[in-house]
Design a protein around this ligand. Structure first.
Ligand code: MN
Length: 400
């Protein structure tokens, strides 16, 4: 069982006339919605969204259930904005952390997020922002068009690229939170994150500061540094975490893929393992192919690296290859001379029967010529005029 304790606060701030933020928190669900729109429309959008998410989570605590609840909020806010001219153009952010339940009953904290409200994780005195802002400036930072510093002052830093109640379809960031007992999670609206530095948040919200004191101090600090917007903070502290809870990160479309429920706790690891396996298999296969190719290359080279003389149809033939062959590489007849294989000195004729190795075709031909000349000399007869070598390139089959 995953459990958290919680504290929350919301404040109008020092500049705005109304508080258009809406929040909700209990032992398994935390919601921050930062409404926008003229008159009271922002309040309507944020309150409606908190209501729909709460209702949806009561019915279905799965990831799909919560995802669907946000889709319902989206279509309801959009419908309300169309039906009531006073509410035209309203919308809201939504940051939800729910203890979602998988098919085996394991509960783990999952973030659902649209807009620029934020989720931070506090662990060991360090603050980590888990959510990405869906604002023009932050999207540009992720695309490399702006530096993070430029985004802080960019005129479009408050312009949202996604919101609840803006379009028919809603793109929701869904992330399973890798939580440990003792972790604190801070959900907040931009009225808090715009006013406070990471250092200040760490200082005010880290243990052992009690949760109630922490949220109060966060809101007060945001007011002291300007309080230009509505300020909301929900602080959760994980007391217990189900062992099976594992981090994943994905964005679900408007129709969440079924894989999200059934394989959620292990899917990320499985994918990583598969990639690792694929990579290893790829390397192993590559190495094996290399070794095999190299082996045959060397074998082929060895099989055909040498030449030898041997009798061939009554003349001296030149073969390429090892006289006894190498595996299936049989020697090939590459040239025939017109020197008789019998018109040789007896010792040479015996050598020829045993084959005479030479390093190259030319060397083999020269030696054949020498053997013939030596025989002629030994006959004490005038050399014949037919000492030129006739090459006959053959096409003897390789395979025996
Ligand atoms: Mn705001």
């Amino acid at each position: 069982m995953t459990r958290w304790r919680y504290a929350a606060a919301t404040d109008t701030g020092l500049v705005r006339g109304t508080n258009q933020d809406a929040i909700f928190v209990d032992s398994s669900l935390a919601i921050v919605a930062d409404g926008m729109g003229g008159h009271a429309a922002g309040e309507v959008a944020s309150a409606m969204t908190v209501d729909r998410v709460y209702e949806g989570f009561l019915e279905d605590q799965s990831i799909e259930g919560l995802h669907r609840a946000i889709e319902v909020a989206n279509s309801d806010v959009l419908q309300e904005a169309r039906d009531d001219p006073n509410h035209f153009g309203m919308g809201t952010t939504v940051m939800v952390v729910g203890l979602t339940r998988d098919s085996s009953g394991v509960t783990s904290p999952t973030m659902f997020h649209v807009g620029d409200s934020r989720l931070y994780q506090l662990r060991d005195g360090a603050l980590r922002q888990l959510s990405e802002d869906h604002s023009v400036a932050e999207e540009w930072v992720r695309m490399g068009r702006l530096t993070p510093d430029e985004a802080l002052t960019h005129p479009r830093r408050h312009q949202l690229t996604r919101g609840v109640g803006v379009e028919e379809t809603i793109d929701i960031d869904v992330m399973s939170i890798n939580a440990q007992p003792g972790d604190r999670l801070l959900l907040c609206s931009d009225g808090l994150s715009n006013e406070l530095s990471a250092d200040t948040i760490v200082e005010l919200a880290s243990p052992p500061v009690p949760l109630d004191d922490a949220v109060y101090q966060l809101v007060e600090a945001a007011k002291q540094s300007g309080g230009r917007d509505n300020i909301s903070a929900i602080l959760l502290e994980l007391d217990e975490v189900d062992l099976a809870a594992r981090p994943i990160k994905r964005t679900l479309g408007t129709t969440p893929p079924p894989v999200a429920v059934s394989s959620r706790p292990t899917s990320h690891r499985a994918i990583r393992r598969n990639r690792w396996l694929t990579w290893r298999l790829g390397v192993a296969a590559g190495a094996t192919i290399f070794v095999v190719v190299a082996f045959f290359f060397i074998l082929h080279w060895y099989a055909y690296s040498t030449f030898y003389l041997a009798p061939e149809n009554g003349v001296i033939g030149v073969y390429q290859g090892q006289p006894s062959g190498v595996l299936w590489y049989k020697p090939e007849l590459v040239a025939s001379t017109n020197f008789s294989s019998h018109q040789l000195r007896p010792a040479d004729e015996a050598s020829l029967q045993d084959t005479i190795s030479e390093p190259s075709l030319n060397a083999a031909l020269s030696y054949a010529s020498y053997l013939h000349a030596a025989w002629q000399a030994s006959q004490s007869v005038a050399p014949t005029t037919t000492t030129t070598t006739t090459l006959v390139t053959t096409t003897t089959t390789k395979k025996g």
